[in-house]
Structure formats: structure tokens, C-alpha cells
Ligand binder design. Sequence first.
Ligand SMILES: O=C(O)c1ccccc1NCC(=O)[C@H](O)[C@H](O)COP(=O)(O)O
Length: 609
Amino acid sequence: MEPLLKFCGMRSLTDYEKAVNCGVDYIGFVFAPSKRQVTFKEVQRWTEEIPPKSHQKIVGVFVNEKKENIAEASRKCKLHVVQCHGNESPAFIKELKEEIPCSIYKTIHHGPESLNKMKAYDGIVDGYVVDTKTEYEWGGTGISFDWEQIPSYTKEARKQQVPCLIAGGVKPENIKKLFNFRPLGIDVSSGIETNSEKNEGKMRDMVDAVKSQYQAPDSLGRFGVFGGRYVPETLMYALEELEHAFETIKNDESFYKELHREWERYSGRPTPLTKADRLTDFIGGASIYLKREDLNHTGAHKINNAIAQALLAKRMGKKNIIAETGAGQHGVAAATVAARYGLSCKVFMGEEDMKRQELNVFRMRLLGAEVIQVTSGGKTLKDATNEAIRHWVTHVNDTFYLIGSAVGPHPYPKMVREFQSVIGRESKEQFLNETGKLPDEIIACVGGGSNAIGMFYPFIEENVRLTGIEAAGKGTETNEHAATLTKGVKGVLHGSLSYLLQDEAGNIVEPYSISAGLDYPGIGPEHAYLRDLGRVSYEAITDDEALAALQTLCELEGILPAIESAHALAYALKRAKEMDTSESILVCLSGRGDKDVHTIQQVLGGNEE
Ligand SMILES: O=C(O)c1ccccc1NCC(=O)[C@H](O)[C@H](O)COP(=O)(O)O
């Protein structure tokens, strides 16, 4: 969700008209002594002459004003919100509320006691503005406070279920930085002024910046209509507990310190960015770069998320982890971290996948995990996930469900995105260092979608084409594919709403792909959202195309990719041909192909010579 936006300190009809036309959410008038002070009469006249748009709220700003004066302004100016910007006590506001029909927001001036002050207004006010105060000015100072503190204000406001606007020194030049702190709302006055007048260009820049800001999921875990939490009652508490733990560690430096240390010293991050020179020459178009997630410990990106979730499980005091796996990469990652952090581990795996990924089954057992064979349904990832959820329902108190992709009920898609975004963040820095610019296109394969969302997320606001590649199996015109976004319809699976492969009666259709990691009948809800938004394009690649690309990469670069990653590569080869030599493509090489050698050998016949 976009943050709410308030423009404050309108001093003339012209200022006010500019704010109305910009479509900003709140328009504020300062009735307190200030260089921006206006009278009730003026505001009454201006708002009668140009009524605000239906969604816009008119705000009156007061500092330690008498109740009868506030009531008069509220009546005359038809205020929607009264902003108490001084030392008004909770008792004063309670009494004021009985006299005026509008909402009351309290300004909290940032300082050592401000969070405690905010708690004192719980249940009394309808919203907050957090602002900077100087010795001489109550507001409109143009000075920012320490934005690192924003998450604690936001958390308290969320607890009280009211909006919280961040004020003080916000301007077009620093608004992007402010977004990093995820404010619920923004309040600006000085930052949209030039020579004491509101500047329409600056106002529009602010509105555009806020509108282009990607803010998903919302507080209910919804990406537009997708996502959410569709689970049995017994799991609700566990998910709320997990959400709380996740939101807590997000602001906990010690957690991230530990996580980064493990990523670096245990898993081998940062993974390299490799320019595929011979492949680029062979194709003869755009330069092709590979983000080498295949070089992670255990051979794929899955370990990034597994380490993070296991550390979280430990902090929550959970001693047992369970996981589902398709290709076996996530199962291996879960078994690995369980061994590393001294947790017990059960991995649910479909019988079919166990056959295809025999080596990974053995690896998991070697790592001390119990692999539970799932014989229901199509005996693949969907069925393994069903069984894992069933197990979780009955062992919820001491068990942490370590989901391996950006799927499942809230907060899993958001949490997996957070932990996998290290891929995109590193790539961005490495690419800029190496080429001085960003890639023109980024391509990643999508099964559930975790490597793709981790790669895409840090680039969502950038001018970079993003493309997700699904498995077309034997062709999307056949019934043997896993192209959920190309062929699916909306439905609920494994706790969230997304696109699914279903028959006319709503039954899940068994997906197919040569790659065990891509044959999932659903897709992470954020991908469904990004597809419908038009921000990410999704294409499908067949088994044959993926295998051909895999062979090409082996022969020209000496890299054996996972069959999953070869899907992204195959599309990159098609695109590179169409692009100019001055352009570049970044492919997320999500995993290595050692686990797939048996499958490849079966298809290619074992002796390529
Ligand atoms: O703007 C003023 O002069 C003012 C004076 C007294 C109390 C409040 C005042 N302004 C309130 C606001 O405009 C906003 O809530 C906020 O302070 C804007 O800050 P900034 O963007 O730093 O100007």
C-alpha cells in the first residue's frame, strides 16, 4: 500500500488549489502563530470556492488552542481532521472529542520520551504526526529527526490501529531514502516550498514518488487481491506468532549481524557475478551476466532463506523444523541448517520426486534429516506441501514450518522475499561496480518464485525489464506443463490466493516439468500481483529448450546449471539475440545441475559424442 501523503501549510487560494489538483490525501492549514498562519475565514472561503476532492481531507493545525476556537474552526472550515501540534494532554483531547465531530490527530515531537508519550494517547486519538520541534518552532521546521526510529512509531501506531504520518524535513530529494523506513504516511510543508510559496513541481514530484512506490503486501499480507491467510483455525495463532517474530527481527540489528555472518562464513556469500563471455560471443547480441547462486553451499539459492528461517526458529524457541521439497534442494538446505543449528528435521517429499532426486534424498538422510515419503495425489511438491501442513497443524507448539518458496499463507511470501532479496541487492551492487549501469533485463525461473522475487525485488523501482520464466514442459498447448501464470486461474492453494492450474471443477491439475523444482501447480502470490500490475513479464520455456541451453552453457562456459535455472537461461539466449550488443541481460543462475545429472543422462542418452 502507498503511504498516505499530506501537504501542509497552505497560505493562499493558489497554494490550496495546487494541492487539490495534485490529488494529495490531506491538505493542511496552520491556525497557530507561524509564518504560515491563516485565518478561519480565509480557509472557509477557499474551501467553499474550491471543494476538496472526495478522498481528500482538510486538516486544521493548532498549538495549545482553546477548545471553543478549535470547535469554531472545525465548523466553519468543515475540517475532517484536527491536528493538535502542541502539548495537548490525553484528557484535553478526550474532552475535545466530545465537542467536535472530526478526527483528532496528535503530533508527537520526536525525542527520548516520545514513544511513551504516544502510548498515553492509545484509544484516544485517531492518528499521529511525528515531527521535529526546535526551541522556537512547534512545526514546519524543515528539519528531519532520526528516521531509524520510524519503525518503532509505526509499530506502535499499528498496535493502536491508527495512521502515523512522518513529518519534518521531507523533500523530493530525500523521499526515496524515507521509503526505506516504510512510513505509513508522510507530511510535508517546507519541502514543497520555493520562496515561501508552495511549488507545484515539487508537489507533483512528491505525489509521483509516493505513487511509484511499491508497497506490498498490505498489513493483511495481500498483494492486491492475492496472498492472504487461508488456513485452518488451528494455524492462525502460529502464523500470528511467526509474523510477530518476523516483524521483531526485521528491526533487530543483532539478528541481521548473525545472518550476514552465517551467509558469508558458512554459505559463501556474496556469490559472484560472472560475465559469460563465450556465450555472449556465440549468441552475438546483448552481453549475458550470470548471478552465481549455484556457488552457494548446498548448490542453490535455497540456503539463503533456510539459514534465515532456522535462525528465526531458534529465536522463537522451536526445536523442530519441518519442510517440504520438490527438487530436493530446499530439503537439503533445511536438513543442512537443522544440522548446523542443532534442530530436528523432517522433510516431506513426494514419492515421484524421491525417485527423480535419489541423490538428494540420500544427502538429506546423511545430514540427519528424516525424509517422509508422500504417496498421495501426484506424489510431487503439492502433495508434500499438503502433508507438511497437516503435520504442522498437529505439532504447532514446538515445530517451525520452514517453507522454501515465496508461497503459503502470510507472512511466508513476504518473509521469503525479505531473506532472498540478498540476491538482488548483491547483484545490483556488483553490476553497477562492473559496468557502471544497471542491466537492461533480468531473467529468473519461477516455480513457487523465491529466487525470482529475491532477484527482482530490489529492482522493482528501477527502469529494468524483469522477466520470470515458467516451465512449459512438453508445450503449453499440451496438458503437460507447469505454466501457472500463462494458463492458470485464480484459486486458493496452501494458504494463499494466487493463480493455479485447475480443471473446470476447480480441482488442481497435476503440473509437469522435467525439472522437479518447477512443477508446482501454483505460484507465489506476489508474482500473480506483479503479472497483473504489468511490472513483470512471464514467459514459458519447454523441457527441450531448457536442456539445449543447459548443454550450451556446459560447453561454452564450463558451468552445469540446474535444469530450473536452464529455463531462465534458455529465454535469455532468445532475448540476447534480439537485443543490441550495447545492452545487457542478467540471469539468475539459481542452482547447479549436479543433482540433475541422472535426469539429463536419461534424456540425452548418456553418450553425447
Ligand atoms: O508549518 C508551520 O509553520 C507550523 C507551525 C506550528 C505548528 C505546526 C506547523 N506546521 C505543521 C506542518 O506543516 C507539518 O505537520 C510539519 O510540521 C511539516 O514539517 P516540514 O515539512 O519540516 O516543514
